[in-house]
Design a protein around this ligand. Structure first.
Ligand code: FES
Length: 108
């Protein structure tokens, strides 16, 4: 993949509608989702302090994500529906391995 190519992510919103979003490698998933005007609150603006950017990652992509920091795990525990594939979108940096990843917006 060339350096100018964007990473495509399929995102399901809270109305169960899928949307393909594209972002530069190195950008933050939460920024890509809010930038695409999808329904994600992200009320702490990426400080890992609100968990409103909670998403489920399609399990087949989990292996390409760096493990969450303790801070992120703690915030996920505070959400209503924590799952094994829960992550906070503000803590995920998009990399070429994540091209095609499927993500579901859950929210707090
Ligand atoms: S935006 Fe608040 S925890 Fe991600």
């Amino acid at each position: 993949m060339g350096t100018n190519e964007k990473i495509s992510v399929q995102v399901m919103d809270t109305n169960h509608t899928w949307k393909e979003i594209k972002a530069e490698s190195g950008s933050i998933l939460m920024r890509a989702i809010t930038g695409a005007k999808m329904d994600m609150e992200a009320s702490c603006d990426g400080e890992c302090a609100c968990s409103t950017c909670h998403v489920y990652i399609d399990p087949q992509w989990l292996q390409y994500l760096p493990a969450p920091e303790d801070e992120e795990l703690m915030m996920i525990d505070y959400t209503d529906k924590p799952a094994k594939n829960s992550r906070l979108a503000c803590q995920i940096k998009l990399s070429p391995e994540l091209n095609g990843m499927k993500v579901t917006i859950i929210g707090k």
